[in-house]
Design a protein around this ligand. Structure first.
Ligand code: ADP
Length: 404
């Protein structure tokens, strides 16, 4: 097989990965999509090739694969056999790049140290994202590793969008409105240039509606505002997170309900959102299928808040030309898109019922004043593209050094 790039997204007990082959003219072809799950409990490596056929499905006992390093070893053995050689680069999705990381960055021990400082900003995700980097750096120090950040695409926000109304010392130490899902929005901005050039240079509101959900204001393809802030708790209600909420509720939970900070953290990340509101499920598919009035309330709340935030982001942009839906719900739930759009008729938004029902690319009617699109996101491809860019840059720099 040609040279490959391995894209890694590491969670607490699983590693999701995708393998891209670098083809002619630096075309990236997805060859594998897989995961190692159940690390330490019921470890299992599975992956599918580009045709959806199973490429591997192996399970081990927790004694054999008890830790992340064991899981990575098994992945390397599999990739060596499958591809014939190691990837030329491994890229890592990293949730938090703090104030300073504005672009994909080559991983070194010093960079890992700097990224560790952001663990308090994303305590549930950052340590898991960094763990495989450290192991690979120890075992294969010559292998290029690249960190790609969910925050980086938003770092060009104007200061007014980056601030909370709190004293400056907290801002200086990093308490800022970062915004997340940046790799998804960057992909959408790039893709709009190909599929919807008439709005790509204008003002676009993009809604990434997955189990995590946020929205982004894109001005000529650049992010200028996001519904998410310091952490991925802010903004839209999500599967299990509440979204925007009065900070006084947190004080109430601690002072009046006697909850510890750990309990509050667990509550905010796992027990709220669509799950908390409906008492039924965090999954929009379950709620759409339910006749329970609480399911309807949760979905109404979701679409109401999305529509409110379209108004907010449209104000940040000074008007909008396009509205884009993406991620699991945005790409697959016509009813949700319709309900959001119905609330936005005051903006001149009108969907073509048929195009929307069929999940077509352009779903607005001819009369609509705002062009509405469904654009499937591809964060892994965005990461692989960034990594190829870093690889090509470092190769050309090495060549220059040799010549000098
Ligand atoms: P993640 O944030 O985990 O990457 P996804 O973008 O894959 O999530 O979105 C997952 C969510 O998408 C699910 O929780 C589910 O609510 C929603 N979803 C997926 N398919 C459908 C569908 N056909 N109709 C409605 N919602 C869907």
């Amino acid at each position: 097989m040609a040279e490959t790039i391995l894209v890694v997204n590491a969670g607490s007990s699983s590693i999701k990965f995708q393998l891209f082959a670098i083809g002619q003219g630096d075309q990236l072809d997805r060859r594998l999509k897989g995961q190692i799950e159940g690390i330490g409990t019921r470890p299992r490596l599975s992956a599918r090739d580009a045709n959806g056929a199973s490429a591997v499905d192996e399970s081990w006992s927790p004694d054999e694969v008890g830790e992340l390093s064991d899981a990575l070893d098994r992945l390397v053995v599999f990739l060596r056999n499958y591809v014939g050689r190691l990837p030329v680069a491994i890229s890592h999705r990293v949730v938090h790049g703090g104030p300073d990381f504005v672009e994909p960055t080559t991983v070194t021990a010093r960079i890992i140290d700097r990224l560790q400082r952001f663990i308090p900003f994303a305590p549930l995700h950052q340590p898991n994202n960094l763990a495989p980097m450290k192991i690979v750096l120890e075992r294969q120090p010559q292998l290029l590793q690249v960190a790609c950040f969910d925050t980086a695409f938003h770092r060009g926000h104007p200061e007014i969008a980056d601030r909370y109304a709190i004293p400056e010392n907290l801002y200086r130490e990093g308490v800022r409105r970062y915004g997340f899902h940046g790799l998804s929005y960057e992909y959408i901005a790039m893709r709009l240039r190909e599929v919807a050039p008439e709005i790509a240079d204008g003002g676009v509101v993009a809604a990434h509606l997955g189990s995590g959900a946020s929205m982004c204001a894109l001005s000529a393809g650049k992010s200028i505002e996001s519904t998410m802030g310091f952490t991925a708790l802010d903004g839209l209600p999500m599967g299990t997170r509440p979204g925007q909420m009065d900070a006084g509720i947190v004080l109430y939970l601690i002072n009046e309900k006697g909850m510890t900070t750990k309990e509050v953290e667990h509550f905010l990340y796992h027990d709220c959102g669509l799950k908390g509101l409906s008492g039924i499920s965090n999954d929009v598919r379950d709620l759409l299928a339910s006749s329970d009035p609480r399911a309807k309330l949760a979905l109404d709340y979701f679409t109401y808040r999305i529509a409110l935030f379209v108004g907010l982001l449209a104000a940040a942009l000074g008007g909008i030309d396009g509205l884009v839906f993406t991620a699991g719900i945005g790409e697959n739930a016509p009813g949700i898109r319709q309900a959001v759009s119905d609330r936005l008729s005051w903006l001149g938004i009108e969907l073509s019922e048929m195009a929307n029902r069929k999940n077509e690319l352009r779903i607005s009617s001819k009369r609509s004043r705002v062009a509405c699109y469904v654009v499937p996101t591809d964060e892994e491809l965005m990461i692989a593209k960034h990594t190829l860019g870093v690889l090509r840059k470092s190769t050309s720099e090495q060549l220059k050094e040799k010549r000098a």
